[in-house]
Design a protein around this ligand. Structure first.
Ligand SMILES: [Fe+2]
Ligand SMILES: [Fe+2]
Length: 310
């Protein structure tokens, strides 16, 4: 057992507050700093955009793909942070008349997610300034949030843990040496991750706390809910892969036949599944937390559902 596991839950909430105060950043003063995006740069690193999967495209075309994916990255985060923040506010009720340290940690979490949504709205607009017209992201974050919050809290927290863990991996990918990568987008990864690290710890604390109050039957139902949520996320990714592939085909400046268009759409979907599902699901901490709560059979149900999304 390492040191972090020996300290009490309350102390872990307190440490999240301390770190949250220390790393706290401002959208303009720390991230944007008067900069604009440059169409000569990649926005997502190759390891996230899965550049090599776009095997019919030139280097310039792959750069455009990374820019389209960068805009979608901002929109997907803006979307998931809507339901994450609503769930955090809902969970905070359990601490209103109890642990005030835990309550403060969740209030800071919520405040940060509101700031992140504002950041990603700015990034979406700034990328829009340099890309050709015609990009669409038509999924309503409020409609998605209402549907997600209809599922069990256990399932929403498990999905949120998956999401908030993968921001760490995305940041690591972005610091791989790549002179063509946008410095501004690198800062988005860096600063977002700095605050998401605390969120992932709080997700785990709240998931374990909530799990302790469930019966075996409720937990089993929650595992099914989690699988349904991941499948719903995949539906969003499929729709956006279609939209982004057809935008790319319309704007890339050359004729693309149907066969190539299908392979471009498949590559977008592969990249989005990697970015928003598998990179978190494969995170060691995600496996560790989940396997401490569920049975082997439940773990296998989750694994087999994930394996269909390849
Ligand atoms: Fe965030
Ligand atoms: Fe977060």
């Amino acid at each position: 057992m390492n040191a972090i596991n020996k300290i009490s839950g309350s102390e872990r909430y307190a440490r999240c507050i301390q770190t949250s105060k220390r790393v706290n950043w401002d959208i303009d003063a720390d991230i944007i700093r008067g900069r604009r995006f440059d169409a000569g740069h990649k926005f997502l690193p190759d390891g996230l955009s899965l550049a090599e999967a776009f095997d019919t495209l030139s280097a310039d075309e792959r750069r455009l793909v990374s820019q389209v994916q960068g805009r979608t990255y901002a929109n997907i985060f803006g979307l998931v942070e809507r339901f994450i923040n609503a769930k955090v506010l809902e969970l905070s009720e359990h601490h209103w008349f109890g642990d005030q340290v835990a309550l403060e940690a969740l209030v800071r979490f919520s405040d940060e997610e509101l700031k992140h949504q504002a950041l990603f709205r700015r990034i979406d607009a700034m990328v829009g300034d340099i890309l050709p017209n015609g990009y669409h992201f038509d999924i309503d974050p409020n409609v998605v949030a209402r549907a997600v919050l209809g599922k069990s809290t256990w399932a929403v927290l498990a999905l949120t843990l998956d999401i908030e863990l993968f921001t760490q991996l995305h940041y690591r990918q972005s610091i791989e040496p790549d002179t063509e990568l946008s410095e501004l987008f690198k800062d988005v990864f860096l600063y977002h991750w700095k605050e998401e690290s605390q969120h992932a710890i709080l997700d785990e604390l709240e998931l374990v706390r909530h799990d302790a109050g469930l019966t075996a039957e409720q937990r089993d139902q929650a595992v099914d809910d989690f699988i349904e949520l991941v499948t719903a996320v995949d539906g969003i990714l499929q729709a956006q892969a279609r939209a982004d592939a057809s935008y790319f085909v319309a704007k890339c400046g050359r004729a693309v036949d149907k066969t190539e268009a299908r392979s471009i759409e498949a590559a977008f979907l592969k990249a989005y599944r990697w970015q928003y599902i598998h990179s978190g699901a494969q995170h060691p901490q995600f496996g560790k937390v989940l396997s401490s709560l569920i049975t082997e059979n439940q773990g296998q149900r989750i694994q087999s559902a994930l394996s269909t999304l390849q």
